[in-house]
Design a protein around this ligand. Structure first.
Ligand code: FMN
Length: 227
């Protein structure tokens, strides 16, 4: 079995591309766990990989009939929790669950209703500071946010949610001491790569715009050597 990471592909002089029709286009984006408020005041938790940041805005793509989309349409508070790579089993325990009851026909086969997703995943809730849904205690980055716009996508199957982040909580071990910088040599998102979970590989370089103070630090979160 070839276990070499993708960036280790040899530099071919004549690369051949083939046309394919993959069933999904999940080309490797971070997993977030969304906590949202249900109609009865309880809280839902759902793994999402369609999430990206633009300034203080985080844009989410959600299945139209899922409980998370339903909640954000009426109760805009949420927390965008970013798990570490080692937390992937908890994320995967949430994968077949929905907070929607009855389960919509559009959900994949095997999907079942779960009222207490925190317990089902083995995750602990901790109170937020400015929004009603709780944070996920073990997640190194937690973004308290508010959904400001919920719009249908072109297919009609999803909604695009624009959320504005109000408060950022970071595990102190991933913060460069005395600064507001996340240390990218210590923090790794959990990456959903064509339905397989990965962490980051070694650093390849950095943007000319980086402002992160540099210094050798060990990875505090997953026990691996310095990245
Ligand atoms: C790693 C991972 C990433 C996912 N990404 C998304 C996503 O970006 N958008 C989405 O709607 N569903 C995504 N899902 C599926 C939802 O988690 C699933 O539909 C779940 O039932 C939603 O829960 P809810 O109905 O309680 O909101 C993902 C699932 C996993 C395991």
């Amino acid at each position: 079995m070839n276990t070499a990471p993708p960036h280790a592909l040899p530099a071919e002089t004549a690369v051949t591309h083939v046309e394919i029709e993959p069933s999904v286009l999940y080309f490797g984006t971070p997993v977030v766990l969304l906590s949202t408020e249900n109609q009865d005041g309880s809280f839902n938790l759902a793994p999402i990989s369609s999430a990206w940041a633009l300034g203080q805005t985080v844009v989410l793509g959600l299945g139209r009939e899922g409980q998370s989309a339903y909640n954000l349409g009426s109760r805009p508070d949420l927390v965008i929790n970013l798990p570490a790579p080692a937390q992937w089993p908890a994320v995967e325990r949430l994968a077949p669950l929905t907070g929607r009851n009855p389960v919509p026909a559009s959900k994949h086969e095997g999907c079942r209703f779960e009222a207490d997703k925190f317990a089902a995943a083995g995750l602990t809730a901790e109170p937020s500071h400015r929004v009603r849904p709780p944070r996920v205690a073990g997640c190194p980055i937690q973004l308290e946010a508010r959904a400001e716009r919920v719009l249908p996508d072109v297919s009609g199957e999803f909604v695009i949610v624009e959320t504005v982040v109000r408060t950022v909580h970071a595990d102190s071990r991933i913060v460069v001491p005395g600064t507001d910088h996340i240390d990218p040599a210590v923090w790794s998102p959990l990456i959903y790569n064509f339905r397989h979970y990965f962490g980051l590989g070694p650093e390849l370089g950095h943007s000319y715009r980086t402002q992160t103070p540099r210094g050798p630090r060990e990875s505090a979160l997953d026990g691996t050597a310095s990245r």
